[in-house]
Design a protein around this ligand. Structure first.
Ligand SMILES: [Zn+2]
Length: 560
């Protein structure tokens, strides 16, 4: 979410138009720090992260943490200088390239939010090594998670410590040292070891592989075997209690785990039944759940929610809708729990398929926002799904393009949610073959399984598999803020529609399927006249078009 759910868009839209306006400022200035964070410079490209083993000990009283990260990496080229991200005011205590014999500490210089590290020896191309980094300090504290993130030091409703982190966009380097760029996930997964008072429980991503109590401390290690986004690796520490279930899914038995604060247990047993409904619908539409090895989990979170891989953060107050409200205004959004559906949808788009640059975040949010429509469609029918999709359109702002600037860790417009979803709805109906559309979603899940991708790759895949070049349609919706307009003249006597696209990029040619007919027409920027069957002509009107396509329509009284 970042509505930015997952990013903050939804909330910003609903409550904080001021902040959104800032988001929409056109001339942004980017700093050297933005470039260091958001671009792949030579100190980052010669090595590829294989695994993170993170060990962290938080101190609730002083709001400080201390930890170590063992980062396994493979040299794609020989190199010696590395950029390690760790955000101020956290301090690195030492960095060592682990060796079988005595290891010499590496030299490093910490500036702003990065450390430039000079290893004590060159790592040769093809070599896999472990860099060990110890650090401590007072991490940036979350102001308004999940949107304005950082470490969360909270009390639960009974006044007991409750800790977690929300850092999408902000970056995982707000609490642990890493290569903080979305393009490089640890291919062999990660472990998170949390050292906490033994009166609390510590939950992480994936599966609990080790747990021990000693000297008043609980030391829990959780592991994911699959690649994972840095910002998805998250500690949850508090008075948790758990229960489990299983789902017989497309790839067999999926373990499900639910970790909630003790006083939420009964509510959770009821509300979290929706997780199975979600899995059923999403496996139908988008393919197998992408992380069977790591299980599926929902975890009570001290914020609204976030797509933390195999440990989805849940904070929707055990209500349907978006904290009890329907973002679509149609009633359909109150039939299900927005956070269970939306955040879990990210397991397919966001966690399995990740955009390599934050600028392309619509790949996460557009598809996931559309998964809400698909969920509604699966349980309540196609018309209900369409109602929902049309309903969320009112949240579109068309302030700035959906795709943001590349190389500076900056996402584009919050329209990536609702407009992204409506673009996909338009494409689906222009294909006019739901089975083909479903196979395209399955195909994306398979072709880009556990990968980082660009917008271009996704665009080309959809065009290739649908058999139609959607390049201009993507340009229109992702790279401009214009809503295309279909101007038409209906000649009932001649049985024709004369139409053209305006308010659009050159070459925009979104196909329109004819109502109550299997045919489609392909209007362009020039006037064209199409013969249309009588039944389709009869049902051709503004509503029948705008319901299925995110466009405006103008009917002309005379033939142009
Ligand atoms: Zn999201």
């Amino acid at each position: 979410m970042r509505i930015k759910m997952c990013y903050p868009v939804v909330l910003l839209l609903l409550f904080n138009t001021g902040a959104l306006a800032q988001l929409g400022e056109t001339k942004q200035k980017f700093t050297h720090g933005d470039t260091l964070r958001g671009s792949l410079n030579p100190n980052r490209t010669w090595w590829d992260v294989q695994r993170y083993d993170i060990r962290v000990k938080p101190d609730y009283a002083t709001k400080t943490i201390e930890g170590t990260v063992r980062m396994k990496f493979t040299a794609l080229a020989s190199g010696r200088r590395m950029q390690i991200d760790l955000q101020q005011p956290l301090l690195i205590d030492g960095i060592t390239l682990e060796a079988t014999g005595p290891a010499t500490p590496a030299k490093f210089e910490q500036q702003e939010n990065v450390a430039i590290v000079d290893l004590d020896r060159e790592v040769s191309k093809g070599e896999t090594r472990v860099l060990s980094i110890s650090y401590h300090g007072k991490p940036r504290e979350a102001v308004r998670p999940p949107w304005d993130g950082g470490w969360i030091w909270k009390k639960d409703d009974k006044g007991r410590p409750w800790m977690s982190v929300a850092c999408q966009g902000l970056g995982a380097s707000v609490w642990y040292p890493c290569k903080d760029h979305q393009s490089d996930e640890p291919d062999q997964g990660a472990t998170l070891t949390m050292i906490v008072p033994d009166t609390l429980m510590a939950v992480g991503n994936g599966r609990l592989i080790q747990s021990q109590k000693k000297d008043g401390l609980l030391i829990n290690t959780w592991e994911v075997k699959n690649p994972i986004n840095n910002y998805d690796i998250i500690p949850y520490i508090g008075k948790y209690t758990g229960f489990t279930d299983t789902f017989m899914g497309a790839k067999g038995k999926l373990d499900m785990g639910f970790w909630v604060l003790d006083y939420n247990l009964e509510k959770a047993r009821e509300q979290f039944k929706q997780a199975k409904l979600m899995l059923r619908a999403f496996e139908y539409w988008m393919g197998p759940y992408p992380f069977y090895e790591d299980s599926y989990k929902l975890v009570d979170a001290p914020h609204l929610g976030m797509e933390h891989q195999s440990a989805t953060a849940y904070g929707n107050r055990y209500l349907n809708g978006y904290t009890g409200r329907d973002l679509s205004g149609t009633g359909w959004g109150l039939k299900w729990d927005f956070i269970i559906v939306h955040e879990s949808g990210h397991e397919w788009f966001g966690n399995s398929i990740t955009s390599s640059d934050l600028a392309d975040m619509w790949i996460h949010e557009g598809f996931t926002a559309y998964s809400e429509t698909l969920f509604t469609d699966y349980y309540y029918g196609k018309e209900a799904g369409t109602d929902y999709n049309v309903g969320i359109r009112k949240n579109i702002r068309n302030d700035i393009p959906i795709i943001g600037p590349y190389g500076v860790n900056k996402e584009g417009s919050g329209d990536m949610y609702y407009k992204g979803s409506n673009m996909l709805h338009s494409i689906r109906h222009s294909i006019n073959d739901d089975e083909k559309f479903r196979q395209i979603l399955h195909g994306l899940s398979k072709a880009f399984y556990h990968q980082e991708v660009s917008t271009g790759q996704v665009e080309r895949y959809i065009s290739e598999k649908s058999g139609f070049d959607y390049g201009k349609i993507f340009d229109q919706y992702l790279r401009t803020t214009q809503i295309p307009e279909l101007d038409f003249y209906k000649d009932s006597i001649a049985g024709t529609i004369t139409c053209r696209w305006t308010h659009c990029v050159d070459g925009f040619d979104l196909p329109i399927s004819l109502p109550s007919a299997s045919q489609k027409i392909i209007p362009t920027g020039q006037w064209k006249t199409f013969a249309v069957p009588a039944s389709a002509l009869k049902n051709w009107n503004e509503g029948s078009i705008t319901r299925l396509y995110y466009v405006t329509v103008k009917q002309l009284a005379a033939k142009p």
